[in-house]
Structure formats: structure tokens, C-alpha cells
Write a protein that binds this ligand. Structure first.
Ligand code: DCT
Ligand code: MG
Length: 390
């Protein structure tokens, strides 16, 4: 399909960003022929979604709403807007008129109302609430629940938080705040990859180090860099992770480390809760990255004369026999993972998580050495990592 002119509601998203009141939304032209829509699956794991988003105006608006519903614990609406955003992200064309969306899955009344005209006043108040939420969750270690608690207590700024005696806050979260709230570029991620790879090789030459998260999906920027680290020797992965952390510490590039030991217990699997953190040994790090190690410039504010910046890095160490599941789980996107699990459960009667795939009918775990094995068990066409930006 030819790429079409996007309906101009740029002023609408700009107003949201600037906090201006939004009174009316432009109506979509009436009486025009609907754009033909190829069959689009309701499951993100059956769609191919690259980083090129042709419907950013709409998906941004949906994501503002999804986030607000998440903060207010209205789960159904939150999910509905996330799914709708995800469907629009997968389209190789720009939505020009409402009628064009009529055959698309996951675009219900509420999402259409946003595209058309009914939700603006809500959007505006959501926007104000959201700016506080985003400010708070931008602090490393502060999640949705904590941000919402602070907001309900009437706290609106960092000053409010730091001066409120009832708030138990995390000093580590404010450590290098300026740096870690700034995006990480692909060049910076590559430089970090070289540093970690060098540390890993010095310890175990046959270790497996794999880039996951947004950068594996081809994103140009991310909020952190995610890696899986393991060894072919089963049971040695946790010791390897600890040695790597130790080496980074001795190189004086480890600025912060939150280590979580493995709590993996096969008897407790399969896990039915999607959002639960997996049980692998892992660490949430802040590393020091020198400008000289990066091709091009460091991402920093103008006037910053330091020769380095701090970057958030996650290192996860699954045992080698869980590697494929961990790789698939940590590669994201979150929406892609959510729908993989939903598809497995509803369409295949299987439970999938970051550790394993369990067949409820056969009552057995299905083995996988690669991601392709997992897609095959699920009877799904293989989707490349760069097509998982759902
Ligand atoms: N993930 C997971 N369990 C968690 C946290 C994350 O399985 N408790 C998965 C989902 C996505 C992936 O790991 C990476 O997480 P993020 O870094 O949060 O997402 P991202 O896609 O890499 O986004 P960004 O580019 O902003 O880092
Ligand atoms: Mg990431």
C-alpha cells in the first residue's frame, strides 16, 4: 500500500506535551472510502513490527492513556490502549481516516473515540498527572506503585519527596540521576558491549554473552543496555556473573551494583504470573563509560565537560538449559512478550515464561535450544528480533 498523508493532529499531541487545554479534536473526513486492511492478527507475536512507526501520533496518545490507566490500576483499559497502540505500530501505512481502522483488531470504542473526538478533557488531566508519574518513575528503582503512592500523598516534585519525612526513598535512585535519565545511544551500547565482553573473556573464554532488550530489536536509543551472560558449564553461570562484577569493580567502572542471587526452583514452575520478575541470577548496574571508548560523542547535556557518563546496564545469568527462554523473554518488547504468553495459553494450552514452556495437555516441559525451537513448539512463524517492536 502507498504511504499516505497522516491526518494532522500534531497540534493535539503538542498541546498534550505542553500542558495546554485540549478542547476539541479534529474530526476525520466523512464519507471517504475505507483503506483496505490486510488481515492483521490480534496477537503481536503473529505480526511483524519494525522500529519504523507510521502512526506515532496515535500510538503516543494511546500510550499516554495506557500509562494513566496503569497508574490508576484500571488494568483492562490500560491493556486495551496498549494493544491498540501495538496494532497501529505494526501497520506499514499511516492511518488517514477512522474508517481505515474498522477491520483492525483491538481497536474498540474507546480507542476510536480518542482518534475521533470524545476524550480530550480526560487526556488533559491524565497528562498533568502523568508528568509527575514520569518524573518519579524516571528515578532508577522507583516503579509505578511507588510513584502513584507519592502522587496520592500530594507530592509533586523531587523537593517534596526529599523533604517529606514519611517517604522512604532510595538514594541509589538519585545516584547519577542526570546521566541515567538520559537515553543511551546504540554507539554507547556497542562500547559497553566491548567492555563487558572483554571482562567476560578474561574469565571464561567459552562464555556466552548476548545483547538483548531494545538494542537487539534494532532500536537506536534505550533507557538501559540488557545482556544475557552464561556458560556451557551448567551451574557455573552465577559464579561467572559474580566474577564479572568483581572485575568491573577492580577496573573502577562499577558505579553501582544491585545483585540478586538466583531463586530458580524448577518445582515452582511454570509461573502463571506474567509480570513477575524471573528467578535467574542478575544484577542491575550503573557503569562508567569513557568518551574515548565510544565511536562518536557521548549523550550528554550541552556544556557538560566531563569525559564520561554513567549508563544503566542489566546482566542476567540463566543456566544454559534455560538460555533460549531467557533470550526470548529479555528481548522484548513487553507487548510482544505479553502476547506470546497470551497466545501460548489461549491458543495452545501452554504456559510460557522466561524460564520454560509447559504443555498443559501433555503435562510436560518442552525443551528448546534456540528461540526458533520455541516458536516451532508454539506453531508460530519465526519472528526476527527486529520485527518484535510491538
Ligand atoms: N523483561 C522481563 N522481565 C522483567 C523486565 C524486563 O522479562 N522483569 C523483559 C521485557 C523487555 C526486556 O526484558 C528488556 O527490558 P527493558 O530494558 O525494560 O525494555 P527495552 O525493550 O530494552 O526498552 P529500553 O530500550 O527502554 O531499555
Ligand atoms: Mg532495555
Amino acid at each position: 500500500l502507498p504511504k499516505m498523508q497522516v491526518l494532522d493532529i500534531g497540534w493535539f499531541t503538542d498541546s498534550m506535551r505542553e500542558g495546554k487545554p485540549v478542547d476539541t479534536l479534529p474530526r476525520l473526513p466523512e464519507g471517504s472510502t475505507p483503506t483496505p486492511v490486510a488481515t492483521v492478527s490480534q496477537y503481536a507475536c503473529k505480526r511483524r513490527t519494525t522500529t519504523q512507526n507510521n502512526n506515532k501520533i496515535f500510538t503516543d496518545a494511546f500510550e499516554v492513556l495506557a500509562e494513566s490507566y496503569e497508574f490508576n490500576e484500571i488494568e483492562g483499559r490500560c491493556l486495551a490502549f496498549r494493544r491498540a497502540a501495538s496494532v497501529l505500530k505494526s501497520l506499514p501505512w499511516a492511518v488517514q481516516r477512522l474508517e481505515a481502522t474498522q477491520d483492525l483488531p483491538c481497536l474498540g470504542g474507546h480507542t476510536k473515540a480518542v482518534i475521533q473526538d470524545t476524550e480530550p478533557s480526560k487526556l488533559c488531566s491524565f497528562r498533568r498527572q502523568r508528568s509527575c508519574h514520569s518524573l518519579f518513575t524516571s528515578v532508577f528503582g522507583v516503579g509505578v506503585k511507588t510513584a502513584e503512592k507519592w502522587y496520592r500523598r500530594g507530592l509533586r516534585s523531587f523537593r517534596d519527596i526529599l523533604t517529606n519525612s514519611h517517604v522512604v526513598f532510595f538514594p541509589a535512585g538519585f545516584l547519577h540521576y542526570g546521566d541515567i535519565s538520559r537515553a543511551v545511544s546504540e554507539a554507547e551500547a556497542r562500547a559497553l558491549g566491548n567492555i563487558i565482553d572483554e571482562a567476560v573473556r578474561a574469565i571464561t573464554p567459552d562464555a556466552v554473552l548476548a545483547l538483548t532488550g531494545g538494542f537487539r530489536r534494532g532500536k537506536e536509543f534505550g533507557h538501559d543496555v540488557d545482556y544475557l551472560l552464561t556458560t556451557p558449564e551448567l551451574g557455573k553461570e552465577e559464579a561467572l556473573l559474580l566474577s564479572v562484577i568483581d572485575r568491573l569493580k577492580h577496573q573502577s567502572i562499577l558505579l553501582y551494583c544491585d545483585y540478586q542471587a538466583s531463586t530458580l526452583d524448577m518445582d515452582q514452575l511454570p509461573c502463571r504470573r506474567f509480570e513477575a520478575m524471573d528467578h535467574f541470577a542478575k544484577c542491575f548496574l550503573i557503569l562508567r563509560l569513557e568518551a574515548g571508548q565510544v565511536e562518536g560523542d557521548l549523550q550528554r547535556v550541552e556544556g557538560d565537560s566531563r569525559s564520561w557518563r554513567a549508563v544503566r546496564v542489566d546482566l542476567v545469568s540463566p543456566p544454559i538449559d534455560h538460555y533460549a527462554f531467557a533470550l526470548l523473554g529479555w528481548s522484548g518488547s513487553r507487548q510482544f512478550e505479553r502476547d506470546l504468553r497470551r497466545f501460548a495459553r489461549l491458543e495452545r494450552k501452554m504456559l510460557l515464561d522466561n524460564h520454560a514452556l509447559y504443555d498443559l495437555t501433555k503435562k510436560e516441559f518442552l525443551e528448546a535450544k534456540t528461540e526458533k525451537d520455541i516458536f516451532a513448539h508454539l506453531g508460530l512463524e519465526y519472528i526476527e528480533p527486529w520485527q518484535r517492536n510491538a
